[in-house]
Write a protein that binds this ligand. Structure first.
Ligand SMILES: Nc1ncnc2c1ncn2[C@@H]1O[C@H](COP(=O)(O)OP(=O)(O)OP(=O)(O)O)[C@@H](O)[C@H]1O
Ligand SMILES: [Mg+2]
Length: 225
């Protein structure tokens, strides 16, 4: 029995020692729909040895034991939870993504949204501040944080569909619900220590944002370009 448990740990979690200090960590964050994934993926392609890291990496891995079959399933599950249990669920998913990325061969990790977006959203949904503060300590501080800024009304226009989660757990997610909740979530971002953060106006074209982000990153860390 003991052997079986250890062997499962080997396969699922991997027990290679992590050396997070060898890796550089870049974070692209901001409210829902501002263009984080677009910029994260472009950076991961552009930077040698870089890998994008997303909260849903495990759930998109197609592992047969996973309980969720679609993004809609995850969205409904999030809406079922209480604020504290939802925060812990999100933190566990992100922790898995970060831990496995730290164990990978990548030399640069590009965090998509990272805990900032999820913890700010959860604060807006009523999670306890002390739980958020203690969970934050489990995630490495990025070398570079870039926040994309865009009014929620413009982010709404970019979105093809709205999830219940990003509309404040609404039963009927729509444009108005998205804008109202994102405006509320925006206030929760004030709680982060943003010392050293960089801010990019997300109204710009993707190629211009990529160029500016590469400039910021190369001024702050050695990216081997
Ligand atoms: N700079 C940009 N200008 C115009 N449209 C953009 C820009 N960046 C991304 N988009 C488009 O906006 C939509 C949302 O972009 P993206 O998925 O990258 O945002 P996101 O912040 O990751 O959203 P989410 O919070 O939902 O994950 C996509 O259709 C994308 O093609
Ligand atoms: Mg995204």
């Amino acid at each position: 029995m003991d052997f079986q448990i250890r062997s499962v740990h080997c396969r699922v979690g991997g027990i290679r020692p992590t050396n997070s200090h060898m890796k550089k960590i870049i974070c692209i964050t901001g409210l829902d729909g501002v263009g984080k994934s677009t910029l994260t993926d472009a950076l991961a392609q552009q930077l040698p040895g870089a890998q994008p890291v997303n909260i849903w990496d495990l759930f998109e891995s197609q592992a047969p034991c996973l309980p969720f079959k679609s993004k809609r399933d995850i969205d409904d599950f999030l809406c079922l939870l209480t604020p504290g249990s939802r925060l812990l669920f999100l933190a566990h998913a992100l922790k898995y993504a970060v831990d496995t990325a730290l164990q990978s061969d990548a030399s640069i990790l590009v965090m998509n949204a990272y805990f900032y977006k999820y913890f700010a959203t959860e604060k807006a949904l009523g999670a306890a501040a002390d739980l958020i503060t203690s969970l934050q300590k489990n995630f490495p501080r990025p070398d570079v944080v870039i926040q994309l800024t865009l009014p929620p009304s413009m982010a709404a226009k970019r979105k093809k569909t709205f999830s219940r989660y990003e509309c404040g757990l609404s039963q009927k997610p729509d444009n108005e619900g998205f804008i109202a909740f994102q405006q509320k979530a925006q206030q929760a971002w004030e709680g982060f220590d943003k010392t050293g953060w960089h801010f990019l106006d997300a109204r710009k074209m993707p190629k211009d944002l990529l160029g500016e982000a590469l400039g910021i990153i190369s001024q702050n860390i050695d990216i081997g370009l």
